[in-house]
Design a protein around this ligand. Structure first.
Ligand SMILES: Cc1ncc(C[n+]2csc(CCOP(=O)(O)OP(=O)(O)O)c2C)c(N)n1
Ligand SMILES: [Mg+2]
Length: 667
């Protein structure tokens, strides 16, 4: 809670808030695009929050114990750019702000975590910022349980709009936060009763505070343009042990005399005349992008509290017995001693027939005791995803030190929370559901990839091989469609050894998320040698042709052993066949040209026929088979039946595939 000496006079705060309004309307005007309404409406709330409550030091944006600030209403990006600039962060500079929304400026249309320090997460897809903040708040409490108040003792603040509260994910996110009693999470709702289409009356009549209260939240209301009232509400929020929703009644576009309070200010420049009128209304007679010295000084001075708090924290860290471990965790480095290669070798030496979901559990049995930073979980499919392993216990409101989260049936909420945890740092989240429900997670998976977070998605039941649950549960297009997302590794291991290799790759990828697509059904072990992590090459030759090579079989996951069976039959017919396990297309595409050409030589199909097998869509496989190759897969929805009958029905057996290859070879 701020000291009385931190309290600034309302007139001072008013000038500081008007600097946000001026920068926001002028930057949007210069770009001729953007959203002035939200920053102008929330300027007063944001000024009180940043100058009196938020714990931050502009000189140390990555200070581990800073408060996290999330602008969930990402369209109001000029709000955070103004706040960062005015309070003295190195970037954005005034030039950066002038170039709002232009190529090369870190002031992108929506805030991007990889472009500016102080932007904790990428926001714009409404609702996800708040849901990520839940993950940040979980990570904070979890690390606090491990390292104590001296090192970890901060809050998570969110500014969210009507849209963030209306999105379905809001329900999942606040349900989880309320259940876990994340009292250090405070959401400041820009309650302006306006969205793009007009008044919120058009589309909602919900009792939002009632909904939050029912979910275990504390709620409080304030006049979002009255500093004293804002403080009262924030003080109440801080004092309450529950997560808090602070409903800030505001006027969108506040200060623009003819347009304020209407959706006209939401997402368009105010226009020259209205900007001039706003200047007159606000008493702001400075030219565009000029901030008077006294206001700039007030903003800079407001950061002094954070500077002091950081230096005190640095002193505590310097003498802390856990300093090295804490710093390692926050850097995201794995312990020097961590290594799964020996485990892969153990598995290679003693073959087992297991489902890859089970294989994943066996690997996690080794990972979790060795890596205290992992936080596992599942969206109510723990026993199916095999995610609880290695002796980790539940993370609950009573024990934040636990390492396993029962997310409930909240796939999207889980995925967004994992992004928040990874962005917070100090933890490596992994979580599971059925692969088919990556559709429910997908907007967050996309943000994992965009934000470069190390999140590991453990997605089981990865094909018709799941059997009787039928077409609603059988992924068809999922693996291939996930492969289209840039900066996402999609891995479909074929056995226990490959599963071990994939986990090792995923854990070592600091800036890329991974989807592990794992089987429900048991698979024979295809790898008997593990001196090198071959999965790291994305694809490798599992078996070389014995007879003169005429065919290259390319398969993934459960179809690799099928490809081996096909190859054996081909060889019996005197046709040499390589088998390539394509564990991860993205990693294969990154190999050098020589390696790729060695695995998939660039020759005509008359010389070598390329054949793909994957129990999902064949769409896109011509990338590896070439158009003249053969592609075996499933281009319709599945069916409900035992798995082996389904593989028969969809023609994914050696007896069906081999004759087609031979006939193609015979032209
Ligand atoms: C998931 C998602 N859907 C739609 C949009 C497009 N969009 C951006 S802002 C907005 C309206 C948001 O209303 P509100 O949160 O009340 O913001 P305000 O108009 O008050 O600034 C919409 C529909 C989006 N960014 N994300
Ligand atoms: Mg609104």
């Amino acid at each position: 809670m701020p000291l009385d000496t931190d309290r600034l006079a309302p007139a001072v705060l008013h000038g500081m808030a008007n600097a946000i309004r001026a920068l926001s309307m002028d930057a949007v005007e210069a770009a001729n695009s953007g959203h002035p309404g939200m920053p102008m409406g929330m300027a007063d709330v944001a000024t009180v929050l940043w100058s009196e409550y938020l714990k931050h030091d502009p000189a140390a944006p990555d200070w581990a114990d800073r408060d996290r600030f999330v602008l969930s209403a990402g369209h109001g990006s000029m709000l955070i750019y103004s706040l960062l600039h005015l309070s003295g962060y190195a970037r954005p500079t005034l030039e950066d702000v002038r170039n709002f929304r232009q190529l090369g400026s870190p002031c992108a249309g929506h805030p991007e975590n990889f472009l500016l320090d102080g932007v904790e997460c990428t926001t714009g897809p409404l609702g996800q910022g708040l849901a990520m903040a839940v993950g940040m708040a979980i990570a904070e409490r979890h690390l606090n349980a491990g390292f104590g108040d001296d090192l970890v003792d901060h809050r998570t603040w969110v500014i969210a709009g009507d849209g963030c509260l209306m999105e379905g994910i809001n329900h999942e996110a606040i349900g989880l936060a309320g259940h876990l009693k994340l009292g250090r999470l405070n959401v400041l709702w820009d309650d302006n009763r306006i969205t793009i289409d007009g008044s919120t009356d058009l589309s909602t009549s919900e009792d939002i505070e009632g909904r939050y209260a029912a979910t275990g939240w504390h709620t409080v209301r304030c006049d979002g343009h009255d500093a004293v009232d804002i403080r009262r509400a924030l003080d109440e929020a801080l004092a309450d042990p529950r997560p808090s929703l602070v409903a800030c009644r505001t006027v969108i576009g506040k200060g623009a005399p003819n347009k304020q309070g209407t959706s006209a200010t939401h997402g368009s420049p105010l226009g020259k005349d209205e900007v001039a009128a706003a200047r007159a209304t606000l008493g702001w007679d400075h030219p565009a992008f000029e901030i008077p010295k006294d206001i700039r000084d007030n903003w800079r001075a407001s950061a002094a509290r954070g500077v002091l708090l950081r230096s005190e924290w640095e002193h505590r860290l310097a003498t802390h017995s856990e300093k090295a471990e804490f710093e390692r965790r926050m850097r995201g480095d794995l312990p020097e001693s961590f290594d799964l290669a020996s485990l892969a070798q153990e598995f290679a030496a003693a073959p087992q027939k297991v489902a890859t979901r089970k294989a994943s559990e066996m690997v996690l049995d080794r990972i979790n005791p060795a890596l205290p930073e992992t936080i596992g979980g599942s969206a109510d499919l723990t026993g199916s995803n095999n995610t609880k392993a290695g002796g980790i216990g539940p993370l609950t409101a009573e024990n934040y030190g636990g390492r396993y989260i029962y997310y409930g049936i909240r796939e999207f909420g889980m995925s967004a929370a994992m992004n928040g945890m990874a962005l917070h740092g100090g933890v490596i989240p992994y979580g599971g559901t059925f692969l088919v429900f990556t559709d429910y997670c997908r907007p967050a998976i996309r943000l994992s990839a965009l934000q470069e977070t190390r999140v590991i998605y453990v997605m089981t039941h990865d094909s018709i091989g799941l059997g009787e649950d039928g077409p609603t549960h059988q992924p068809i297009e999922h693996v291939q469609s996930l492969r289209m997302i840039p900066n996402l590794l999609v891995m479909r291991p074929a056995d226990l050894v490959e599963t071990t290799e994939c986990w090792e790759i995923a854990l070592r990828e600091k800036t890329r998320p991974t989807v592990l697509a794992l089987t429900r059904q048991n698979l024979p072990q295809v790898r008997h040698e593990a001196s090198e992590n071959l999965s790291a090459k994305g694809a490798y030759r599992l078996k070389a042709a014995a007879a003169a090579r005429k065919v290259i079989m390319i398969a993934t996951g459960s179809e690799v052993s099928l490809a081996m069976d096909c190859a054996a039959q081909l060889e019996a017919n005197g046709i040499g066949a390589d088998v390539v396990s394509m564990v991860c297309t993205q990693l294969f595409d990154e190999q050098d040209a020589d390696y790729r050409a060695d695995i998939l030589p660039d020759v005509q199909p008359e010389e070598i026929l390329r054949v793909s097998i994957e129990a999902g869509t064949t769409f896109g496989w011509d990338r590896y088979t070439m158009t003249n190759g053969l592609r075996f897969g499933i281009d319709r929805f599945g069916a409900s039946a035992p798995a082996d009958q389904l593989f028969q029905k969809f023609g994914l057996t050696a007896d069906t595939i081999v004759p087609q290859i031979i006939s193609k070879l015979n032209g």
